[in-house]
Structures are given as structure tokens and as C-alpha cells.
Design a protein around this ligand. Structure first.
Ligand code: SF4
Length: 340
């Protein structure tokens, strides 16, 4: 059938508009949401509390919009990397990381990324296209471990705030009573610091926020993160200091450690100065090498020294465990360029 739109990924208000336009009772919209996001049916025919006529009308306008992964790679540590086709004939990846007390899914929001961070395989791939809200949520909906998931991080391919409308819609569906009804405390959205979009996200969502920091020095960060030319990290921090982060909503900073570059004592001094007065935590991340740059990971000892120093200076700091490095699923390694 021509001109069909995906049904999965519509919000309650979008479905209410559809119902109004086609003379259906408004409560049909809520019923459709229940079938989509709570009962997770695979076809419109399964929505049995809608009349046959309503289901036929839906089928004229929509397909389900669910697509299953076309490949999976399994790491020796249990991490699984799923490959999906997008509606624009592209490819994206999502990473499932099980551990004893939590099941985390790292999802993508774009095919590729236009931010061009020098240490990141997705950035090297360039930008292909944005994902729709349905394609973002489909990564959760269609993997075998979907029901197990306890946490979602928006840290896969792409910059979430470069596709903010679709990201906010996906968060609305995840956290609304009529949707998945997840607590926003189970969701963490990461950005390199697009300030206007970040401020809109803070106003419109309750989910946790993670900032890719990687250097406290504006001049140095500029060398490997081009966004620095538009939004210096000092301005990002200044903006974040306008908000109260002492409640349940968490603010964290991601800090990938590059040997001999951003792991010196001067960085520790500057970091403590920069983050002073901000209720936050810092996650130290091992750098995972990619071809086409000379960065090397800091030693484990240096990472421990960093963690201990920051902790002693009042900043909650952890070393994030690397997951899925052997299947190129670890932080900064996602790329579908060679598979396209
Ligand atoms: Fe894009 Fe994030 Fe990679 Fe930077 S680190 S290029 S923002 S995906």
C-alpha cells in the first residue's frame, strides 16, 4: 500500500490527531498506544479491542514500522552488538550490555555523525541521516532481550541533540504512562554540548544528562572536538551551572583518557576548578584505538591516579568498565561505514 507511515513511534497526541481527522473516538489513540508500547504486538490485526473497520483504516495509513536486527555479534564478555537496517537503506548499531544487576542498552540516534570528533569511529564515518523516533525505539523493541532491559543510554551512533525532536519524542514514549512508563532515572542521554538544545532537553525532559568533556582546556579540546569552535566547554559548564543538579536527576561528565594528552596533573587541577560548585560525577573511559589517529590509551595506573585525585577533591569519580571491545562495540568504536 502506498504512503504508509510507521505506526510504532507515534506519540499519544499524534494518534489523537489521527483519530480526530478520521472521526474515531479519542480513546482509540490510547488503546493503540497500549498495543504498541505495553503489549508490544507485531501487527495491527492483533489490536483486537479496535473494531475491524478501525483496524482496516489503520492499515490503509500505517504499517507497523518494526524491523528486527539483521545481524548480531557476541563478545567474550557477553556484550551483544545488533545491526539494523534503517528506512533510508542505511545501517545502525545498538549495543546490549548485561551485568549481574543491570541490563543496559546503548542506542543510536543517527546513522553516522556530523560532529567529527577525532577519536571516534562514528565521527570518522561522517553523517548519513537522522533516525526517526520509531527507529530509535525499535532498537529496544525488537531485540530478544527487550523485556530484560533496566537502563538505556543514548550513547551509540550520532549526537542526540543534533536530532533533538525525535530524541525528545522517544523519551516521551519511554517515560509516559501511556507508553513504556519507564522512570527517567533509568535513561541517560549524552551530548558533546550543543548548548541551546541541551537547555531545551533540560527543560523538557527529566532524564539524566552526560556531557562528553575529554579536556578541561578550551584550546586543547578544540584539537579533537570541532564543536569546541561553536560551544567552548567553558560555556557549556557555565550554562550547566544555572541549574540545580543536587536532586535525583544526575549530571555526569565522560572523560576519555588519552596517554600524554589529557591525563596530566594540570588537567586534574583544571578539572577540579572547572567543576567546582557543580553537583556531578566524572566517568573515566579507556580510549579504544581506531585507525587514522595517533592517540593511545592512558595506562590503568594513570586512570586510577586520576580517579583517586578527583575523589579526594570532592568529585565522585569512577572508571567505566570497557565492554565489547573484541566486537568493536566499546565506546567510540561504532561504525557501519564498511558495512554500507
Ligand atoms: Fe559524534 Fe559522539 Fe562520535 Fe563525537 S563522539 S563524533 S558526537 S558520535
Amino acid at each position: 500500500m502506498k504512503n504508509q507511515q510507521p505506526l510504532f513511534g507515534n506519540t499519544l497526541s499524534e494518534l489523537q490527531i489521527f483519530c480526530k481527522v478520521y472521526g474515531l473516538p479519542s480513546f482509540n489513540a490510547k488503546q493503540i498506544c497500549e498495543w504498541l508500547y505495553k503489549k508490544q504486538v507485531s501487527s495491527i490485526d492483533e489490536m483486537t479491542n479496535l473494531s475491524l473497520k478501525t483496524r482496516e483504516l489503520l492499515k490503509q495509513h500505517f504499517d507497523m514500522g518494526i524491523s528486527y536486527p539483521i545481524d548480531v555479534q557476541i563478545s567474550s564478555d557477553g556484550t551483544r552488538k545488533y545491526l539494523f537496517e534503517t528506512s533510508k537503506n542505511g545501517l545502525i548499531e545498538a549495543v546490549y550490555m548485561p551485568s549481574s544487576d543491570r541490563h543496559t542498552l546503548c542506542i543510536s540516534v543517527q546513522m553516522g555523525c556530523r560532529m567529527g570528533c577525532d577519536f571516534c569511529a562514528t565521527g570518522k564515518q561522517g553523517f548519513q541521516h537522522n533516525l526517526t523516533c520509531g527507529e530509535i525505539l525499535n532498537q529496544l523493541r525488537s531485540i530478544p532481550e527487550s523485556e530484560l532491559m533496566t537502563n538505556i543510554v543514548y550513547m551509540g551512533m550520532g549526537e542526540p541533540f543534533d536530532n533533538l525532536d525525535e530524541v525528545l519524542k522517544s523519551l516521551e514514549i519511554l517515560t509516559s504512562d501511556w507508553g513504556y512508563a519507564w522512570s527517567p532515572r533509568r535513561i541517560n542521554v549524552s551530548t558533546i554540548g550543543l548548548i541551546p538544545e541541551m537547555e531545551r532537553f533540560i527543560a523538557e525532559s527529566e532524564c539524566h544528562l552526560a556531557i562528553s568533556l575529554h579536556s578541561p582546556f578550551d584550546y586543547e579540546r578544540q584539537k579533537f572536538m570541532p564543536i569546541q569552535n561553536k560551544y567552548p566547554i567553558s560555556s557549556v559548564i557555565k550554562s550547566l551551572k544555572k541549574y540545580d543538579w543536587s536532586g535525583q536527576r544526575r549530571l555526569s561528565f565522560e572523560y576519555i583518557m588519552f596517554d600524554g594528552i589529557n591525563d596530566k596533573h594540570t588537567h586534574l587541577d583544571e578539572l577540579t576548578k572547572l567543576l567546582k560548585g557543580l553537583f556531578c560525577r566524572v566517568n573515566l573511559i579507556k580510549y579504544h584505538s581506531i585507525p587514522s589517529n595517533d592517540f593511545q590509551p592512558s595506562t590503568e595506573e594513570r586512570m586510577i591516579e586520576f580517579r583517586d585525585y578527583l575523589s579526594e577533591h570532592g568529585i565522585i569519580c569512577t572508571i567505566r568498565q570497557s565492554r565489547g571491545e573484541d566486537i568493536m562495540a566499546a565506546c567510540g568504536l561504532l561504525s557501519t561505514f564498511s558495512k554500507s
